[in-house]
Design a protein around this ligand. Structure first.
Ligand code: LLP
Length: 428
């Protein structure tokens, strides 16, 4: 459920975010603009929270899905922890008021400076992805004089049945370590005075719509927990990562409560804390990308609706062939036509929709792209020297610009012209 719906507006039905008309946002803030709904984010968080009610748990929001400080601050207030993959995400969490002791540090390769900063602020756990990373963390921990809390991210070799680019728990993927190797890493960590074994971690992929792969992954993880217990290595928490899918079109993802039940049944009375790292589920359907039609061009074979947002603003359709709903902000009642909705970027891959049936739209009209809250703005670039979109948060009838539209000047801040008089050798 989300809080974007058609309501009566000044000129008939208009798409609203909570109590604010999207057309009013376009008027006030320009386009393209990402519009988030606070009530929707809060609702999704609560749904997840209730779904896990059967076991002691911790929800660590995956910052990469949408990392605006306003979103992180909101989730911190709701009691969320955070899953990060870089020191940049760590600093964002801290800037937004998130607690370091609720931060999980995931990611396939962490630099020494990132490990050091995380140790100094006192994060909850490093999710370690290789034997060499364990050694690096141990070395930095010794130098800094702080014991590093660790989990090993295991690769359970389970097919999450999702897009190949976002499947991470298969033997062929770069993520995690095989079960056998993980056991050896745990032995090594348990014997180190600089490391503290606290958990076990896995994340098999994203946009998963069935319970079975997640349950199968937990079964495999628990086999290792038992094997470790036999060796006297105790695990305090099991981190199952994120991955719960949402409805973009007609998917019917398993409800979070069903996933929660499957986890609870397996964890039973073991006394292990369950950690999850949802991203898309929390913010995916809590955001839309608002754009304006620049013009309509009828070619020999196709009609193109050219909009002022592009693949640099939301790369998901170009990169994954993702389908996201597009709809007029002010429905016109005109006849339906089949069109490609494309951006102005100089790439044929710059499209939002191909052969999409939409009511006829005209230059100057507004379109909203749904389900854009997750991996929309965070994957944006400035390709073609296009400043990144503004981000706004709606809360009831209140509108807050939570990120100004990027200025043109910001695009080349830090760049330098060459000094033609200086023909001397390079300083480096
Ligand atoms: N934890 C870890 C370790 C992850 O790598 C991810 C996502 C998550 C949690 C959150 O997963 P979620 O609950 O959002 O599925 N850009 C792609 C998705 C990439 C997901 C990467 N990892 C997309 O737009 O579909």
């Amino acid at each position: 459920m989300n809080h974007f719906e058609l309501r009566d507006g000044a000129d008939g039905l208009e798409l609203h975010a909570e109590d604010v008309a999207l057309a009013a946002i376009a008027e006030a803030c320009g386009t393209p603009t990402y519009v988030y709904s606070r009530a929707t984010i809060e609702r999704h968080y609560r749904v997840m929270d209730e779904a896990l009610g059967g076991v002691p748990n911790s929800i660590c929001y995956a910052v990469k899905a949408a990392s605006n400080l306003a979103i992180l601050g909101l989730l911190a207030k709701l009691g969320a922890g955070f899953d990060i993959v870089s020191v940049g995400e760590l600093e964002r969490v801290l800037a937004a008021g998130g607690l370091p002791e609720r931060v999980m540090f995931s990611g396939v390769g962490k630099r020494d400076d990132e490990i050091e900063r995380a140790l100094r602020v006192g994060i909850r756990c490093f999710n370690v992805e290789s034997a060499w990373e364990l050694e690096r963390i141990e070395a930095v921990a010794e130098r800094v004089g702080r014991r590093a809390p660790i989990s090993v991210r295991v690769n359970p070799d389970v097919d999450p049945q999702t897009h190949a680019y976002i499947a991470t728990g298969l033997r062929t993927s770069k993520f995690g370590v095989p079960m056998v190797e993980a056991q050896a890493m745990y032995r090594r960590a348990a014997a180190s005075p600089h490391l503290h074994v606290v958990g076990i971690d896995c994340h098999i992929g994203s946009q998963i719509t069935q319970v079975e792969p997640l349950a199968a992954a937990l079964d495999r993880v628990l086999e290792l927990v038992d094997a470790l217990a036999d060796e006297g290595i105790a695990i305090e928490h099991v981190d199952m990562g994120g991955g719960l899918g949402i409805t973009y079109k007609d998917e019917e993802p398993a409800p979070p409560a069903a996933v929660g039940r499957a986890y609870a049944e397996r964890l039973g009375p073991r006394g292990l804390e369950l950690v999850v790292e949802p991203g898309r589920l929390i913010v995916g359907n809590a955001g839309v990308l608002l754009m304006r039609v620049l013009g309509v061009k009828t070619g020999e074979a196709k009609t193109f609706v050219i909009v002022d947002a592009a693949m640099n603003d939301n790369i998901r359709p170009s990169l994954y062939g993702a389908w996201q709903q597009l709809e007029p902000v002010c429905p016109s009642g005109r006849n339906e036509t089949t069109v490609d909705v494309v951006g102005p970027i100089c790439e044929s891959g710059d499209f939002f929709a191909r052969d999409r049936v939409l009511p006829e739209v005209r230059a100057g009209e507004l379109l909203a792209m749904r389900s854009a809250g997750a991996y929309g703005f965070t994957m944006a670039s400035t390709y073609n020297s296009r400043p990144r979109a503004a981000e706004v948060m709606v809360d009831g009838s209140r509108l807050t610009v939570v990120r100004e539209r990027e200025s043109l000047r910001a695009l080349w801040a830090g760049e330098r012209l060459l000094d033609e008089d200086d023909a001397g050798p390079s300083a480096i």
